[in-house]
Ligand binder design. Structure first.
Ligand code: ADP
Ligand code: ASP
Ligand code: MG
Length: 463
């Protein structure tokens, strides 16, 4: 059972989580928790303050959020456990202060120290949740996630190592066998040498999936602030609806293409061990969320959801040398390899290749190398829109339906058929929200309105 930052924002949220866990105790849960909402951002910003030379301001900037922990502890804990947590909190502040001082004295980026500081978010929330659960009568035990999740030393985006499975079982199985409820932080791990690492932003979902797979769990549950995976990002389409069942492949594609509800790496461990994933709402636990399983049925309208990702850069390389030649694509991808830049979507014609990249930080060095191969054109502020559903590749008429709805928007890099469940294209970032709303209306709302006898044109509904 993984609870995100939005499920542990304040005392009320901690109380709901305790209730949800308590009602599942007979199923022998393992609890994975994120930092309290917003704290990871604040911890990361504090590292930047320390790099700028002001260690005192860096530590002070954490006091509001450390105070939020204290408020929860004072409201939900009694006696000894409250005193114990107050001590833990004061120690954490002292340790972070030392780290801030080291960074301020040597003001360059310090990936290992940054991870060590950021990890306090999950360490504190998990210790606090374990105490709150015990206060509520559950036999909870705090477990240091670094003992279970073993990673490489790619700080900030560490990859779990195969020994994680054994380490997880060795740590958690004895607790589960003695009817304890292990409670641990998500997002964090440690190297072979015991240095703290983090798995990348939003990585607690991934932790839960790794741990669920290692234990061959009956289910991996992702508890968040919305009821399951929705037909679109609710911040853009407030009327988005819960999708009852998704296949692993559909869920993975949605996560790759920006649906923030699941970290993109979450689904793979579930696929490897065939563990179902359930996405539920901690603010409304009785609502059915989304169940993600090996296979889902194609729905009548085929399209299940729309995902999007902004802040994308596209790079187009054009060269007549490509005509009938071999080895060109290899040379092109070697440049991206050299500059450690991941490519997401690729479309090609006979003499040009377009690629999309999420992280454009290496572009100033990358472009001159690409110019050795052909003319290079870079476009920034683009957005990927991805339409996902089983049966999409084999259903006629999908593309015409999609593109006729957004015929006034300039679309590029259309990619369909590479994955059997997705159709992807690129638009200007500024046009993305409009495109998503129109697509959502036509794919999911118009039918309902027609059934309800509401005569309304898409244009009017969207105006
Ligand atoms: P948590 O703290 O629980 O990990 P996140 O903020 O990381 O929560 O993810 C949940 C959020 O993802 C939702 O509040 C919602 O705004 C956003 N989101 C984006 N796309 C979708 C989608 N297709 N379905 C559900 N939520 C989505
Ligand atoms: N707390 C981490 C973050 O904000 C991990 C997570 O929430 O999944 O990125
Ligand atoms: Mg998240």
């Amino acid at each position: 059972m993984k609870f995100g930052g939005t499920s542990v924002e304040d005392a009320k949220a901690f109380r709901s989580v305790a209730e949800i866990v308590r009602s599942a105790v007979a199923l022998r849960p393992v609890v994975v928790v994120s930092a309290i909402g917003g704290f990871t951002n604040v911890l990361l910003a504090s590292v930047q303050k320390a790099i700028a030379g002001d260690a005192r301001a860096a530590t002070k900037s954490l006091d509001n959020d450390l105070g939020r922990h204290l408020t929860v502890a004072r409201e939900l804990l009694n006696g000894d456990s409250r005193v114990a947590f107050e001590t833990t909190l004061a120690e954490a502040r002292r340790e972070i202060r030392q780290l801030h001082k080291i960074i301020a004295a040597h003001p360059v980026t310090h990936p290992p120290l940054q991870d060590e500081i950021v990890a306090y978010g999950e360490q504190l929330s998990s210790q606090l949740l374990a105490l709150v659960l015990r206060e509520n009568g559950a036999a909870a035990r705090y477990v240091d996630a670094c003992r279970c999740v073993k990673t490489d030393d790619n700080y900030g985006s560490a990859a779990p190592l195969p020994e994680t499975a054994n380490a997880t079982r060795a740590t958690l199985v004895p607790l589960l066998e003695s009817a304890k409820v292990p409670v641990m932080g998500g997002f964090i791990g440690s190297t072979e040498k015991g240095v703290t690492t983090t798995l990348g932003r939003g990585g607690s979902d991934y932790s839960a999936a790794i741990i669920g797979a290692a234990l061959d769990a009956r289910e991996i549950q992702i508890w968040t602030d919305v009821t399951g995976v929705l037909t679109a990002d609710p911040r853009i389409v407030p009327s988005a609806k819960t999708i009852p069942v998704l296949s692993y492949q559909e869920a993975a594609e949605l996560a790759y293409f920006g649906a923030k509800i699941l970290h993109p790496k979450t689904i793979q461990p579930a696929i490897d061990c065939r563990v179902p994933v359930r996405v539920c709402n901690s603010h409304s636990p009785s609502e059915e969320g989304t169940l993600i399983v090996a296979e889902s049925e194609a729905t009548a309208q085929t399209i299940k959801a729309i995902a999007h990702k902004s802040g994308i850069t596209t790079v187009q390389v054009t060269s007549a040398r490509m005509l009938g030649a071999y080895g060109f694509l290899r040379a092109l991808f070697e440049v991206f390899d050299l500059h450690r830049t991941a490519v997401d979507v690729v479309t090609t014609s006979e003499v040009s290749v377009s690629l999309s990249i999420d992280d454009a930080s290496a572009l100033p060095e990358l472009v001159p190398d690409l110019e050795q191969l052909g003319a290079v054109e870079v476009e920034e502020n683009r957005a990927i829109i991805s339409i996902v559903g089983e049966g999409l590749r084999t259903t006629p008429g999908i593309a015409s339906r999609v593109f006729s709805v957004i015929s006034h928007i300039n679309v590029s890099m259309i990619s369909v058929g590479a994955s059997s469940v997705n159709l992807t294209f690129m638009v200007d970032e500024a046009a993305a929200a409009d495109a998503i709303r129109r697509l959502h209306f036509v794919c999911f709302e118009r039918q309902d309105m027609a059934e309800a006898g509401v005569e309304m044109l898409a244009e009017e509904a969207l105006a």
